[in-house]
Every structure is written in structure tokens, then in C-alpha cells.
Design a protein around this ligand. Structure first.
Ligand code: SF4
Length: 83
């Protein structure tokens, strides 16, 4: 869960990266970790990158955690263009 298909390089039903981040409920932090979304802390925010538009998963994949992209970059990751 929560790992984009392109990290594995395959589309596989065992990968679940389409479920939205879970409602953090009471664990929503205060202060600097609180996002503009009511129940999603900033470290759970996701984003797409430019090459996602070329990916076969783009319509149902929820993308990368922003934190991961900021911390590790994209490395050699590529969109999935064949199934
Ligand atoms: S839509 Fe983007 S994040 Fe999702 S698998 Fe494709 S390239 Fe990776």
C-alpha cells in the first residue's frame, strides 16, 4: 500500500496506491505538520509529477508522497508505458 506502481515497474493487483490517504482523525497534528486539509497531515500529502501524464496508471494512481520526492527525488523512476 501507498507505493506507486512505477516503483515496482509493474501494474499488479497486489499494489494499492489508489486509496486516498486515510483520515488521520484524532491523530491530525497541530502546528507545522497540519495541512490545509482537515484530516491529512503534511507528511501524508501526495503529488503527481510531470511524467505521470504519460503513465498507464495515471487515472487511478494517487502519486508519490511529497515528502519522499523532496527527500529522495525521482532517481531512475519512469512511468509505466506498457502493461
Ligand atoms: S501515475 Fe505517476 S506515481 Fe503513479 S505509477 Fe504512474 S508514474 Fe508512478
Amino acid at each position: 500500500m501507498e507505493i506507486p506502481y512505477c516503483v515496482f515497474g509493474v501494474i499488479d493487483e497486489r499494489i494499492d496506491n489508489f486509496t486516498p490517504p486515510p483520515d488521520a482523525g484524532d491523530s491530525q497534528p497541530f502546528g507545522e505538520f497540519k495541512s490545509e486539509f482537515r484530516n491529512i497531515p503534511i507528511y501524508r500529502l501526495k503529488k503527481k509529477v510531470d511524467f505521470c501524464s504519460e503513465c498507464l496508471c495515471n487515472k487511478y494512481c494517487s502519486g508519490f508522497f511529497k515528502n519522499d520526492i523532496l527527500k529522495f527525488g525521482l532517481g531512475d523512476l519512469r512511468p509505466i508505458t506498457n502493461s
